[in-house]
Write a protein that binds this ligand. Structure first.
Ligand code: NDP
Ligand code: 8X3
Length: 252
């Protein structure tokens, strides 16, 4: 396996959930981490946990010009990142398509599709030039399996899945690797965001079951990113032990 101390990991969506756990997983092994998110106070608190190892980067991934400029301006010691976790994303609402708010759809597309593509486009040339890198996407089981109310959210994650494979088609042989991590039920701030701060409603999603945690997913990211360089895991899909599929529904 790769020595984690040789890794510089850029993580988008580092202020919470899977991204924050990923930052901690790598930093606790001595990797350097560029931690990206919009909430500055969260990034500062995270950086204080691992003095000298974390570079906080306040950034909205929906802004390509800002993303490209910020990555190009990273300081010595953090500018030769060789793992990029394109993780920032969100679901908004669970209404059927005919009732969903168009603003919510726009925000999900802007973040999960455009923002993710911007992150890759801004980070990729440097890694290809350095002949060493790894893009680890956070997709979702929602990119494979439909569910009522999943409409645009699931479609953005289907984009992530195909985009990951298409990026791999381009970078195979350059020294850059690609992995799409596709989690199922994971308790983070995901549902609080989806239900606009309604903690009780968010809590019900995980009630009476044992969801995965951000740490569980970070472990999968860490596994894929520390494999020897001749190994590429293209996809990892994981569900909570008590999660499965629904049968087809027949309307009568
Ligand atoms: P959280 O809400 O806990 O974390 C989401 C992160 O994304 C936050 O750090 C947030 O930071 C960041 N983010 C959102 N919008 C932007 C933006 N415009 N610019 C920069 N950062 C942004 O949820 P999760 O940890 O669960 O979500 C992480 C990823 O995992 C998402 O892509 C999600 O779709 C995916 N996922 C989650 C699953 C789950 O069940 N929890 C299952 C499968 C996939 P800030 O607000 O500070 O900018
Ligand atoms: C998040 C998982 O099943 O809530 O991507 O859509 S799910």
């Amino acid at each position: 396996a790769l020595d984690p101390k040789t890794l510089t990991v850029l993580v988008t969506g580092a202020t919470s959930g899977i991204g924050a756990a990923t930052v901690r997983r790598f930093a606790s092994e001595g990797s350097k981490v560029v931690a990206v998110g919009r909430r500055e106070d969260r990034l500062a608190a995270l950086a204080a946990e691992f003095p000298g190892l974390i570079h906080p980067l306040v950034l909205d991934v929906r802004d390509f010009a800002a993303t490209e400029a910020a990555f190009a301006a990273l300081p010595e010691g953090f500018n030769s990142y060789n793992v990029v976790c394109a993780n920032a994303g969100l679901a908004l609402g669970l209404e059927p398509a005919q009732d969903a708010k168009i603003e919510d759809w726009q925000t999900m597309i802007d973040t999960n599709v455009s923002g993710l593509a911007y992150t890759v486009r801004a980070a990729l040339p440097g890694m290809v030039a350095r002949k060493e890198g790894h893009i680890v996407f956070t997709g979702s089981v929602a990119g494979d399996y439909p569910y009522p109310g999943g409409n645009v959210y699931g479609a953005t994650k289907a984009f992530v899945k195909q985009f990951a494979l298409n990026v791999w088609a381009d970078v195979a042989g350059t020294g850059v690797r690609v992995t799409n991590i596709e989690p199922g039920l994971t308790e983070t701030e995901f549902s609080v965001v989806r239900f606009r701060g309604d903690d009780a409603k968010a809590g019900k999603v995980y009630e009476g079951t044992a969801p995965m945690t951000g740490e569980d997913i970070a472990e999968q990211v860490y596994f894929a990113a520390t494999l020897p360089r001749h190994v590429v895991v293209l996809r990892i899909q994981a569900m909570a032990n008590q999660q499965s599929f629904s049968p087809f529904s027949i309307k009568r």
